[in-house]
Design a protein around this ligand. Structure first.
Ligand code: GCU
Length: 595
């Protein structure tokens, strides 16, 4: 067997064994399985003093006799919508941070030989989950999915779930106590009940090899019948391979491809993937592309590209709140498309899974990130394990998304030894989990006495790209001063300006020297884009930010009122003057890289 194919099989086997080492117990693409949605109205109890712990709210007690003393009652409590944050649903909860108990009933007739799983898209920040009064488990981290098998706890007929959620900020959390976005709490993404066969397809990965000639990957079964033959089909390309699983239910494979069109933002070709075993079938939609760097270039399918991007928070400004539906997410990505973006930085935490699936369909390349943001408890090993777990859950969830090209391990973190160790280890962890994508982080630089922006962050050596945030002309002087500045970035790697931006209150028109005016923001971008276009290794830009977003740190009563106004679009969806400056830049870059 040719040496290269042997090597690829060894790598595939190594990668496939890796997910076993990180405790990710999640059925891949569960939404495409036999599921029942548990979204909708959930009763809730706000519990700032954690009374429910002592009061054993998880038993969901109902008063049996009139003289029974019961100081809580979910059945008569008001309800919140799930998915959705509590802050945007109840005025009195807008600023609330703390414990909220959720409860709902569901009815099911469990079938013999079937297994049952509860899956949560995300709960911010901590979740303690009970089924019929029994603890299923806990999850920490507000932006990644988690799951519990309930086959041994589910009842025939009425069942009830109680969840203690808590978005209290602590120094040892990830993110920690200080961040520039709204700390939306609650069950912010879908909840589903899945019915699976005894032995089922738990996980799979398909990737185009770097030589763009083969597809490599693995299938992992779970259950008792682990030794089976599985078939992997790429329907529209008429490709299939049959492979035996080993004693652990794992099959790794590599097979040559023909008539497969590579995925690009311009032509986001997706294929229907079918994975069949004797006891289960899984389907998915995937695109195939390679991404790598070569010197100062970023190569997509071997061709140099420019990332015409924008940053995005997972917030629907029209609510304002966490997006509550696919159409909310589609609206945000459509705005990015109107800006002529081929790339979006999903900041600063893992966004909804639908976002990466929509980006696959719409043709947008993605930067995905974990909330290792500003100051984190760098020397705390529990904090490190938490960050690593969030990263593992994100990579596990989105590893089959063609749109995702960059894993970011953090944003604007201090250049200290403890941080270097923490984030250096995270970078190594990403590379152990995924050898097919780029690793990065949003770094900070400094301005020397000659108004030259420089970087001297040792973490850069661990990363595939040089990405940094700079606010010359907003936090440093003003837009008119921008032409006095320059950049000295001498890395032989592609450079992405991961953030640059200025604030404007939508509809406030004045001269270019007036803060928060649309004219000042417009001048900021005119001067910034002229300046950064001069950086030889510039291969991407993501202005901060697509739309105004809620932040408890933005307190100017006239211009901000709890909003960060750096959006190119207002909170009502209106494009600011600067939007068109950035669009013109993207149009020019599209033309330049089309050649
Ligand atoms: C920082 C940070 C963002 C923040 C932005 C701002 O760079 O990464 O989260 O919102 O600057 O100041 O507006």
């Amino acid at each position: 067997m040719k040496k290269s194919i042997l090597l690829l099989l060894v790598i595939a086997a190594f990668i496939s064994n890796l997910s076993a080492q990180i405790n990710i117990n999640i059925i891949q693409n569960i939404k495409a399985r036999n599921i029942t949605s548990l979204d909708g109205k959930w009763h809730y109890i706000v519990d700032p003093f954690n009374t429910g712990e002592w009061g054993k709210f998880h038993f969901n007690k109902i008063q049996d006799v009139p003289d029974e003393l019961l100081e809580y009652d979910f059945s008569t409590a008001t309800a919140l919508n799930v998915p959705g944050d509590w802050n945007s649903q109840k005025n009195e909860l807008q600023y609330y941070e703390g414990i909220v108990w959720y409860q709902r009933d569901f009815f099911v007739h469990p079938q013999p030989g079937k297994r049952y799983f509860l899956n949560f898209g995300a709960v911010n920040y901590k979740a303690e989950v009970y089924l019929n009064g029994r603890l299923l488990g806990n999850h920490e981290g507000g932006f990644t999915p988690f799951q519990f098998e309930i086959s041994d706890k589910i009842l025939d007929g009425d069942n009830f779930i109680v969840i203690k959620t808590d978005n209290t900020r602590y120094a040892e959390n990830v993110p920690a106590e200080n961040f520039d976005w709204w700390n939306y709490g609650g069950i912010t993404r879908d909840v589903v009940l899945a019915e699976m066969n005894e032995t089922y397809i738990n996980d799979y990965s398909l990737q185009l090899t770097k030589d763009m000639k083969n597809i490599t990957g693995y299938v992992q079964l779970k259950g008792t019948q682990l030794a089976q033959e599985v078939t992997v089909q790429i329907m529209e390309a008429n490709l299939q391979i049959k492979i035996p699983t080993n004693a652990n239910g794992r099959a790794t494979f590599i097979f040559p491809i023909k008539n497969v069109e590579y995925w690009t933002p311009e032509k986001p070709q997706l294929y229907t993937i079918k994975i069949l075993s004797n006891t289960d079938t899984a389907t998915d939609k995937m695109g195939f592309r390679t991404i790598e760097t070569k010197g100062k270039d970023i190569l997509l399918n071997g061709k140099s590209i420019f990332l015409r991007g924008v940053c995005l928070h997972e917030e629907n400004p029209l609510i304002p709140g966490r997006p509550r539906s696919k159409s909310d997410l589609k609206m945000l990505l459509s705005w990015a498309k109107e800006l002529n973006c081929n790339y979006v930085r999903l900041s600063h935490y893992p966004h909804n899974e639908y976002m990466s699936r929509l980006a696959d369909e719409m043709g947008l390349l993605l930067w995905e990130e974990v909330p290792v943001y500003w100051s984190i408890d760098w020397e705390n090993s529990i904090t490190y394990e938490n960050a690593k777990q969030q990263l593992s859950e994100l990579i596990y969830r989105d590893k089959n998304r063609a749109s995702v090209i960059i894993w970011s391990i953090g944003n604007e973190t201090p250049n200290t030894d403890a941080r270097y160790k923490f984030m250096g280890d995270l970078a190594d962890h990403v590379r152990r989990m995924d050898t097919t994508r780029l690793v990065s982080a949003a770094l900070l630089g400094y301005i020397d006495s000659t108004k030259t922006f420089r970087l001297n962050d040792s973490l850069g050596n661990k990363l595939d790209l040089i990405c940094f945030n700079e606010y010359i002309g907003w936090y440093i002087e003003n837009p008119a001063a921008i032409p006095q500045y320059s950049f000295a970035i001498d890395a032989n790697k592609p450079v992405i300006i991961s953030e640059f931006g200025a604030e404007a209150l939508g509809g406030f028109y004045a001269d270019t020297a007036t803060r928060f005016s649309e004219e000042m923001q417009e001048l900021f971008y005119k001067n910034q884009l002229k300046l950064i276009a001069g950086i030889p290794a510039l291969r991407g830009t993501s202005p901060w930010i697509l739309a105004d977003f809620r932040s408890p740190k933005r307190l100017n009563p006239v211009y901000q009122e709890g909003w960060n106004r750096k959006g190119l679009i207002t909170e009502t969806g209106k494009k600011k003057k600067a939007f068109f400056v950035v669009k013109a830049f993207n149009d020019a870059m599209e033309k330049k890289y089309k050649k």
